[in-house]
Design a protein around this ligand. Structure first.
Ligand code: NAD
Ligand code: HSO
Ligand code: ZN
Length: 427
């Protein structure tokens, strides 16, 4: 049964109490990473057999296998994948940045140059479910950013990757695909093996082993974020349909026993009705055991005095997904400060963002929406600044650079600004 609280009773930190570190996982992962570094492909083969039942002779998926998979997927689903890809491309195209250049003072040019990353690794989870949507969400922004080589890794249960995942990779434009998952795949992308190329950045969600491995290789490579279990927070007023709100909560609860679904409402009647609807709907779900556990462990209903107070609560929780089921939702948008992705109005279920609207579904979790953003084209680029001075412009500022350098006791810095003029004076 979902638990009910008032704002005074709720401890915001309890919402994410599940995020505590698990030392056993850290130790297992450290061992896997060290073994992959030492034994390369041999370790990857051993772990794939142990964890995925995959006896891999070849780790890379061939172009023929990809084409076969694409043709094996029902045409209707290929059309849906292509339409989703088009929406995701449309949204992410708008995120593209351009170089900037300007003249702040006479003879001075300053600028910022954008360069896509050279090599990126996409982790696509494949332990308990298949995620073609995650392939599109990670692959498309990378390609829009201009990443030259996009590699994908995913566990191949019994040696085979789900055809829909391969079809999505073809649509997203992934360059090479490897049948490796878990912490061993992250280690391989970070350090390289005989078969798997070392990359500059690893992106994509995964289970606790994958998340821990990303944490441990960070520094050697860049990573996007540590995505934890899915979360949804629905703010709903008394006019909301309880069955709809319950269905939206369950859309994320079904992901994982550790997923969290929270309703914040100013209506006691809605709270009671949603509670009852959850009990009706859970037994009907194919993943009812997962959803049941998730609701029992992390499901909560919080009673607020008003929708404005509900927004204050949501800002403190900083959920991955926030639904605002009220009339005139745009009136509240400015007040929402901390949420990964915001769904506005009575006809914007969170599942739109998971699959089809075009926004990205790789989002900050565990309260990290306070400081982090959804995966975007920005994750696949880097910036360099540039500077040009004419002789006259340097002449005007060299003394001041020298004075600054003297204060810091760094004489060579000062000299480098002055020397050009000293040499010319001697001529
Ligand atoms: N945030 C998002 O955008 C998003 C999208 C899709 C999925 N997800 C989440 O990703 C997760 C996927 O998890 P999954 O398990 O299905 O797939 P996964 O691919 O992340 O993990 C499977 C791998 O875990 C490793 N593993 C399993 N048990 C192990 C053990 N005892 N010791 C060492 N390694 C072990 C194996 O190598 C296996 O290949 C779920 O939590 C799901 O909710 C998140
Ligand atoms: N809701 C997940 C992120 O929390 C993403 C996803 C993939 N497929 C369905 N949903
Ligand atoms: Zn989802």
């Amino acid at each position: 049964m979902i638990k009910q609280y008032t704002y005074n009773e709720i401890h915001i930190d309890d919402i994410f109490s599940r995020m505590e570190e698990k030392n056993e996982i850290a130790d297992v992962v450290a061992e896997i990473i060290a073994t992959v570094r030492k034994k390369g492909d041999k370790a990857l083969r051993e772990y794939s057999l142990r964890f995925d039942g995959a006896d891999l002779e070849k780790m890379e998926v061939s172009a023929e296998e990809i084409q076969e998979a694409y043709e094996a997927v029902a045409k209707e689903f290929i059309f849906i994948l292509e339409e989703a890809a088009e929406h995701i491309r449309g949204y992410h195209e708008k995120q593209k940045r351009t170089d900037l250049m300007y003249m702040p003072r006479d003879g001075v040019i300053l600028g910022q140059k954008i360069t896509p990353l050279d090599k990126v690794g996409l982790y696509v989870p494949g332990g308990t479910a298949n995620y073609p949507s995650t392939v599109l969400m990670n692959g498309i922004p990378a390609k829009i950013a201009g990443v030259k080589e996009v590699f994908m890794v995913t566990p191949a249960k019994g040696g085979k990757i789900n055809p829909e995942v391969l079809a999505a990779a073809k649509i997203a434009g992934v360059d090479r695909i490897f049948k490796i998952g878990g912490a061993q795949a992250i280690a391989a992308l970070a350090y390289g093996t005989e078969t798997i190329p070392r990359v500059d950045k690893i992106v994509g969600p995964g289970n606790a082993f994958v998340a821990e491995a990303k944490k441990q290789v960070f520094g050697k490579v860049s990573i996007d974020m540590i995505a934890g279990p899915s979360e949804i927070l629905v703010i709903a007023d008394g006019q909301s349909d309880a069955a709809v709100v319950a269905a939206d909560l369950l859309s994320q609860a079904e992901h994982d026993t550790m997923a969290s679904a929270v309703l914040v409402t100013d209506s006691k009647a809605l709270a009671e009705a949603v509670s009852a609807c959850l009990e009706e709907q859970i037994p009907l779900l194919p993943r009812k055991e997962i959803a049941r556990k998730s609701i029992d462990i992390n499901g909560k209903i919080i009673l607020a005095e008003s929708i404005q107070e509900a927004i204050e609560i949501a800002n403190q929780i900083a959920p991955e997904h926030l639904e605002l089921c009220v009339d005139h939702p745009f009136e509240y948008l400015g007040d929402i400060r901390h949420a990964g992705s915001i769904f506005l109005g009575r006809y914007a279920p969170e599942a739109l963002g998971d699959y089809f609207s075009g926004t990205n579904h790789t989002l900050p979790t565990g309260g990290s929406a306070r400081f982090a953003s959804p995966l975007s084209v920005d994750d696949f680029i880097k910036k360099s600044s540039f500077t040009h001075y004419t002789k006259d412009a340097l002449a005007k500022e060299a003394d001041k650079i020298n004075a600054f350098a003297q204060r810091e006791g760094l004489a060579a810095h000062g000299k480098s600004a002055m020397i050009r003029f000293e040499r010319e004076a001697k001529k």
